[in-house]
Design a protein around this ligand. Structure first.
Ligand SMILES: [Zn+2]
Length: 271
């Protein structure tokens, strides 16, 4: 599933190709995405110039003079830049065609992705308005996590994965960050010190930034007609390593279930 680093890399990858360009036409081959694609979209976006491409949580926002296209990659979606003459394949559901046949092509085998058009402030859109802070910005810091967690009994792992608190911390990133901060994922969020939250906020940024850097090397995939942009791997200390020795203390990594998701941690280094 595309996580925040993949979405950020996608944003950086497509922005230079489409910013300042005018949408000559849009081709929607399948409207049955996670939510039906509105039939007003074609009229709304044709002839519009993309002024900016940015990311909020795992949404890509393509702003034009009259509105914003809000795109989510869902479970299996990807975007790439192709020439419009490249024949679409089965799961290529949407094309945004720019001058000289330059085309932003949306592919999504499982169709959990989505496309919305809004003429209002996109941050007030129902999909975006209740989201928590961005993990890479200054708003995520130890003080914020400390204050937001007071009185909460929920496990700290589920607390940091709650998108109303902070967005974009997927399962792998949560396990890895808690390991690096030395925090047991089962501890109650409300019982963790301010100092530990300072450290946790720092390592969350580090883990996500490392992953985005790892993805930077795959940027050329966005203009590769042949391949699909792959989701990149970064070095994992605990995730998927159940039973293997902790790289720091050699004690076997443990796997537990939290909220129907796998959690990996070191019982000795994390408390
Ligand atoms: Zn350990």
């Amino acid at each position: 599933m595309p996580e925040l680093p993949e979405v950020e890399t996608t944003c950086r990858g497509i922005a230079p190709h489409i910013t300042g360009r005018t949408v000559n036409r849009i081709v929607v081959r399948n409207r049955n995405l996670r939510w039906p694609v509105t039939r007003r979209l074609e009229q709304a976006i044709t002839g519009e110039t993309i002024e900016s491409v940015r990311r909020r949580a795992k949404y890509l926002l393509m702003k034009t003079g009259s509105g914003t296209l809000i795109l989510h990659l869902g479970m299996s979606g990807s975007l790439r830049i192709v020439n419009a003459i490249v024949p679409p394949e089965k799961h290529d559901h949407v094309d945004l065609v720019f001058p000289h046949y330059k085309t932003l092509r949306f592919t999504d085998p499982r169709r959990f992705g989505s496309l919305h058009w809004t003429t209002r402030d996109p941050m007030q859109h129902k999909l975006l308005r209740d989201l928590g802070v961005e993990p890479l910005g200054d708003e995520l810091n130890g003080e914020y996590l400390y204050a937001a967690s007071r009185g909460r009994r929920v496990d700290v792992k589920q607390f940091i994965m709650n998108s109303h608190i902070v967005v974009g911390i997927g399962n792998i990133y949560a396990s890895e960050s808690l390991y690096m901060a030395g925090i047991n994922p089962r501890r109650a969020a409300g019982r963790i010190s301010r100092a530990k939250y300072e450290l946790l906020a720092e390592v969350i940024k580090e883990v996500l930034t490392d992953s985005i850097s790892a993805g930077g090397t795959t940027l050329r995939d966005f203009v590769n007609d042949e391949g699909k942009p792959g989701y990149f791997r970064f070095h994992l200390n605990v995730y998927g390593r159940a039973g293997e020795p902790c790289i720091s203390c050699q004690v076997p990594i443990r796997e537990i279930r939290q909220g129907q998701r796998s959690t990996f941690y070191c019982p000795k280094c994390q408390h």
